[in-house]
Design a protein around this ligand. Structure first.
Ligand code: UT7
Length: 341
């Protein structure tokens, strides 16, 4: 599989930490020092479909393809604007495509799970061009009265067009079920034949430190595994893109693997944790800034609710775009508080 085109989209509304101080017992200082997040983008209304469509259109344009050229649409998302039709169906409609479309849910690792799925269809000869989208409106699922979780999240969408080729060098997926570390109960509905649930649904719930430990150890293990498969040390990769969950997680992985900080970019200070959209958003930023060059090896690693994880190594094959976007700050200074892992 090769990546033929890439695009992304963020909601217009920016919400700073100071805005959160107005209604939560929190502070800009706490959020920045514990997570590296200064602001996030938050949808104004149910616009995930239009965000995801915009990212998809940019990716198609970048690939020089049209909706009609697609053989499949795969969307990694926790929940689209509708429970059904799926977000992928709504994107299909917007693109004027006629191919099969399905959503895939693997939380923050969803984009890498979807890349593996796309690669398998392409390798099997069942599809040539697959649109792979990571799109999330996690701020809609968060409990905005819970300062320990809601400050972390942001919304966004990133998309790639996958096609035949040898660019995907190695990929690993894992799942290890944990119902307590990070979860969100479904709404019970009003079925009169169902008893009351033991626990009322209250948005996203998390044992932050458990997830932190899982993220760091699993990411290091996964990156080592995919690097071994390719026969190139993680330190020798040109880029290591980590799921943007917490700047301290990025720093812990980087320090333990002794990675050059210039190879581990981050946009979490501007976007927060955008779940399945996080990796393609960051990849697109690097591409638009002209930082990705053909032949470069890009390792990616993501982890999240499930608990699940995914990592891969991609050999980048695209020339930089003709019109470059000035690189925003992709290497913010590390935060200072490093927890024991
Ligand atoms: O996509 C994957 C999903 N998520 C993650 O990867 C998240 C992984 N976990 C984390 O990033 C971190 O564990 C958090 C950022 C969630 C929390 O950081 P922490 O250093 O583990 O803090 P903590 O949970 O140990 O809380 C320390 C204190 C507590 O107060 P006390 O008990 O010491 O008095 C919390 O109540 O900080 C308090 N606290 C806050 N204070 C101000 C928790 N959230 C906030 C807040 N503002 N927003």
């Amino acid at each position: 599989m090769n990546i033929l085109g890439i695009g992304s989209a963020l909601p217009e509304q920016t919400v700073t930490n100071h805005q959160l101080e107005a209604f939560l017992d929190t502070s800009d200082e706490w959020i920045k020092s514990r997570t590296g997040i200064a602001q996030r983008r938050v949808m104004k209304e149910s616009e995930l479909t239009s965000l995801a469509l915009s990212a998809a259109q940019k990716a198609l344009r970048d690939a020089g393809l049209k909706g009609a050229d697609l053989d499949m649409i795969l969307v990694a998302t926790t929940m689209g604007d509708y429970v059904f039709p799926s977000l992928s169906c709504l994107i299909q409609e917007g693109l004027g495509a006629t191919c099969p479309a399905m959503d895939l849910h693997a939380a923050c690792a969803g984009f890498i799970y979807a890349l593996e799925t796309a690669d398998s269809f392409i390798k099997a000869g069942k599809a040539k061009h697959i649109l792979v989208v990571g799109a999330e409106a996690i701020t809609r699922l968060a409990n905005w009265e819970d300062r320990a979780t809601c400050v972390l999240f942001g919304d966004g969408a990133g998309a790639v067009v996958a096609g035949p080729g040898e660019g995907l060098k190695a990929l690993r997926l894992t799942a290890r079920t944990d119902r307590n570390a990070l979860y969100m109960l479904a709404e019970p509905g009003n079925n009169p034949f169902t008893g009351k649930p033991e626990e009322a649904p209250e948005g996203v719930k998390m044992q932050g430190q458990d997830v932190f430990r899982f993220a760091v150890t699993q990411s290091i293990e996964d990156l080592g595994w995919v690097a071994d498969q390719v026969g190139v040390a993680v330190q020798e990769m040109d880029w290591v893109l980590l799921h943007q969950a917490n700047r301290r997680i990025l720093d812990a992985v980087r320090l333990r693997l002794k990675l050059d900080p210039k190879k581990v970019p981050g946009n979490i200070h501007r976007t927060g944790n955008t779940s399945a959209a996080s990796i393609p958003l960051l990849l697109d930023e690097l591409y638009r800034a002209g930082l990705l060059e053909p032949g470069q090896l890009i390792a990616m690693s993501a982890f999240g609710a499930g608990l699940v994880s995914g990592a891969c190594v991609l050999k980048w094959g695209k020339e930089p775009p003709e019109e470059l976007t000035a690189a925003e700050d992709l290497f913010s200074p590390p935060v200072n508080i490093m927890p024991e892992v």
